[in-house]
Write a protein of this length. Structure first.
Lengths: 390, 64
């Protein structure tokens, strides 16, 4: 007899989706969040595609800070390539969105405990059988038939289960983001800067947040992070581009742009979301991929528990379904990201100049594709496709 | 030895993600290096977005 059927570690979108799926299948489920709040602090640009989100739920107005219909990519010499992209997606209020997902899980029957810091696993015959955690500093244990680790980029729970989750420098973006007020931008446009002046081996983003606000952030590839400081880059960028902006929030964060781990299960445990490295490796977007992974994990949890086999073999459906759902395109995106983040500024400028020659009304992705087909690697196209989900 | 400027830290976990030996403890607003485990590889210093970490052997490890 265990305390729970399923313990979910981490209360982000992946954790909440896993908890919801498990609870909905009738499993006794608890989700443990180390921080005092679900959904805060927000270490995220908060962009999400409309079609992608609708796979799981219709967007609600209170989640949405801005609706995106246009995309702008800028080369290092500031050549602007604009794409109309009606229905592209949204900039969310993650604070509200994550809360709603957790609330949805709780309404399906999942319990939620905040300020619960998991610092160890319980084992029985090489199988994970629960967690050790500290609730407000007090050590506790909970047993379960299955643990789902949705503990984010750190991914320490997986390590405790013997899975190698430590991320390579070339598979990580070291990021910094500010949410600013008093900024005059097109509130329907997401604006990207590529190249080494602002984001070596990554990109800088300006995402509208409604009411003359924006999320402005950047990621520097881990292999080059030694020589750059994301915080200083953002401050320099603001000085140059938006000197009147004031900072309402500032956060750091690491974005895993690795391939999904080859091992996302061990006996009695499944890894999901950022912890399993499910983030889109080109865009760095992890909301929807995490939701997808979490949902599948919760569903497989129910099936495995009903058969009584929670071993790696019993959980084999999980990696299989993840791969079917998005894992294959994820692998392709990882290959793209490995090539595009090495392109030098001259090449980026050259590609942008070529794209600029395409009249805006003809700037459909297909037209762009045919125009730059001979130009390889085709970074702007690949990045844009990754963001718009084409 | 890796040193932590605790007042500077944002507790984002980027250092934890790259640590090859899992030698960083991170809670909501609390970070510590497990020096007995740490192998002084310094990659946590490199990836930190806001220069929270440094090495007492190489105080100028990060060039801005």
């Amino acid at each position: 007899m265990t305390d729970y059927d399923v313990i979910v570690v981490g209360g982000g979108p992946a954790g909440s989706m896993a908890a919801h799926a498990a609870a909905e299948k009738g499993l006794k489920t608890i989700m443990l969040e180390k921080d005092r709040d679900i959904g805060y602090p927000v270490r995220c640009g908060e962009a999400v595609g409309d079609v992608a989100l609708r796979q799981f739920m219709d967007p609600r107005p209170e989640w949405i800070a801005a609706t995106i219909t246009k995309i702008r990519m800028r080369s290092p010499n500031n050549t602007k390539i604009d794409f109309d992209s009606p229905g592209a997606g949204y900039i969310l209020h993650r604070r509200i969105f994550d809360y709603a997902l957790a609330n949805r899980a709780s309404q399906a029957g999942a319990e939620i405990q905040t300020r619960a810091y998991v610092d160890g696993l319980l084992f029985e015959n090489d199988t994970v059988r629960g967690v050790k955690y500290q609730y407000m500093g007090e050590p506790r244990t909970l047993s379960a038939k299955l643990v789902i680790a949705a503990d984010g980029v750190e991914s320490r729970i997986g390590r405790m289960a013997g899975i190698r989750t430590a991320i390579k420098l070339r598979d990580l973006e070291s990021g910094y983001q500010v949410t600013v007020g008093n900024i005059d931008i097109d509130q329907e446009m997401i604006d990207f800067y590529v190249g080494s002046n602002w984001a070596p081996g990554g990109y800088l983003w300006v995402f509208p947040k409604g009411d003359r606000m924006a999320n402005i952030g950047l990621g520097v590839i881990g292999t080059r992070a030694k020589d750059y400081n994301s915080h200083d880059l953002i401050h320099d960028f603001l000085k140059e581009h938006y000197p009147k902006a004031s900072m309402l929030t500032s956060v750091c964060g690491g974005v895993p742009i690795a391939q999904t781990l080859s091992q996302i299960t061990a006996n009695g445990i499944m890894l999901t979301g950022d912890a399993a490295r499910m983030v889109n490796p080109v865009s760095g977007g992890g909301i929807v991929s995490g939701m997808h992974g979490g949902k599948i994990a919760g569903e497989v949890a129910a099936e495995a528990i009903s058969t009584g086999d929670v071993s790696i073999k019993g959980l084999a459906e999980y990696p299989r379904r993840w791969r079917k759902a998005g894992g294959k395109s994820h692998e392709a995106l990882h290959r793209i990201s490995e090539s595009i983040y090495d392109i030098d500024d001259d090449k980026l400028n050259k590609i942008a100049a070529k794209l600029e020659g395409v009249p805006e009304k003809d700037r459909s992705l297909l037209k762009i594709f045919t125009t730059v087909a001979r130009e390889k690697p085709k970074i702007l196209l690949d990045v844009t496709r990754a963001f718009t989900g084409f | 030895m890796i040193l932590v400027k605790e007042n500077r830290c944002d507790f984002c976990g980027t250092c934890v993600a790259v640590c090859p030996v899992d030698a960083i403890e991170l809670r909501e607003a609390d970070i510590s290096i497990v020096h007995a485990t740490c192998i002084d590889c310094d990659i946590c210093i490199w990836v930190c977005p806001i220069d929270v970490l440094s090495s007492d052997q190489k105080p100028e490890a990060k060039n801005d």
